[in-house]
Ligand binder design. Structure first.
Ligand code: PLP
Length: 364
């Protein structure tokens, strides 16, 4: 169905499926700019939508050697608001602006709210973000200084989501969890990897997995490259979940097609502690279609992986380090063939990292 009305889900309660109108023309890429908008046809936006861009995308693919294995890190921590969510926010806010909507609401535990706030500022739109209690202060400040109204909701992530749905009858619920255009923007990571690897797909891609939107978007991007005959196989996708909250892992291992809701226990990787991922069925299908799997990692492993990143000069969030912890669990040959996506920058939560890695000399 073409999107002409400001709806975030189907009247039946399910997801809106966007009719995909075609991929970009690879012949044209050499003449295009360096943001995610070089692939703009792949997002199937209505024709009146113009890009709202802050120069997102084209993040480096860094070759490192960690613990004796070669690896390539896709540094999505180096996006305009410092997480991969800018890929989705840029496309979703372009839709909202193109539909002449003035105000949007979103619920987020951090990076999605920061990304939506940045793009709402760029587009001149009003933005209100409902955040759960435990949202890290750096991300709250980021949202506020981009000009969003930040509303704290006592309780869980789920309660923050319900508050924003309730508020959305007088503004658009631009949900990174529900809105298909957010996922369509996340395809751009796959397109970039394909270009950066001389138009070949990587063997394996490892991501931290919360709601699974990133994994779903990357899988969709590679699937469409394959359908267009530009690659002959899609990469195996591996989703890292935190032991404290692993509903997708549990469903994957049980062979289920959807998740059973569970309680999230506290974890250092709060960005992937999603107890009820709404798109779980699609995420499980993407994992299985890609020949991939989930890997569950505990806080100790996540912090050890974070320390390895710091020692190599890469400053990432603990949530992002979960993917490196999962990568360390792979067999040696698989490890050598993998791309690990570094989803968010460590500076956003430097105070938290300082507490997790206390200074033995008490200087800083
Ligand atoms: C949102 C987020 C994730 C989880 O991504 P999903 O699309 O929810 O699976 C991982 N890392 C960081 C830094 C995030 O902000």
């Amino acid at each position: 169905m073409p999107v002409t009305r400001p709806v975030f889900r189907c009247d039946c309660g399910g997801f809106i499926d966007v009719e995909l109108t075609g991929l970009f023309d690879p012949q044209q890429l050499p003449q295009r700019g360096m943001s995610i908008w070089r692939y703009r046809e792949a997002y199937s936006l209505p024709p009146q939508c113009e890009p709202v861009s802050l120069g997102e995308g084209r993040t480096p693919l860094l070759k490192l050697n960690i613990n004796g294995s070669a690896v390539q890190l896709k540094l999505d921590s180096l996006q305009p608001s410092a997480s991969f969510k800018d890929r989705g926010a840029s496309v979703l806010v372009s839709l909202v602006k193109g539909l002449a909507i003035q105000s949007l609401v979103e619920d987020s535990s951090g990076n999605a709210g920061a990304a939506m706030s940045a793009y709402a500022a760029a587009a001149g739109l009003n933005c209100r973000i409902y955040v759960p209690d435990y949202t890290p202060v750096g991300k709250l400040i980021q949202m506020r200084l981009y000009g969003s109204e930040v509303v704290r909701v006592a309780g869980t992530r789920q309660e923050a989501a319900e508050a924003s749905v309730a508020a959305s009858h007088n503004s658009y619920y631009a949900s990174h969890l529900w809105n298909p255009y957010f996922i369509l923007g996340l395809q751009s990571c796959a397109f970039e990897l394909w270009e950066q690897l001389a138009q070949r797909p990587p063997h394996t891609v490892v991501v931290p997995l919360g709601s699974g939107g990133n994994l779903e978007g990357i899988h969709l991007g590679f699937t469409r490259l394959k359908q267009a005959g530009l690659i002959d196989h899609t990469p195996r996708l591996i989703g890292a979940q935190a032991a404290a909250c692993a509903p997708v892992h549990r469903a994957f291992e049980a062979g289920s097609t959807d998740v059973a809701p569970m309680r999230a226990e506290p974890t250092v990787a709060e960005g992937i502690a999603v107890a009820q991922p709404p798109r779980a069925a699609a995420v499980l299908a993407a994992l299985r279609n890609s020949g991939g799997r989930t890997i569950v990692v505990d806080d100790k492993e996540i912090l050890a992986a974070a320390r390895l990143l710091f020692e190599h000069g890469v400053f990432a969030e603990a949530t992002s380090a979960a993917a490196v912890a999962a990568w360390l669990r792979l067999d040696r040959t698989d490890r050598e063939e993998a791309v690990v996506v570094i989803t968010g920058h460590g500076l956003k939560g430097a105070d938290k990292l300082g507490r997790l890695f206390p200074d033995p000399y008490n200087n800083v």
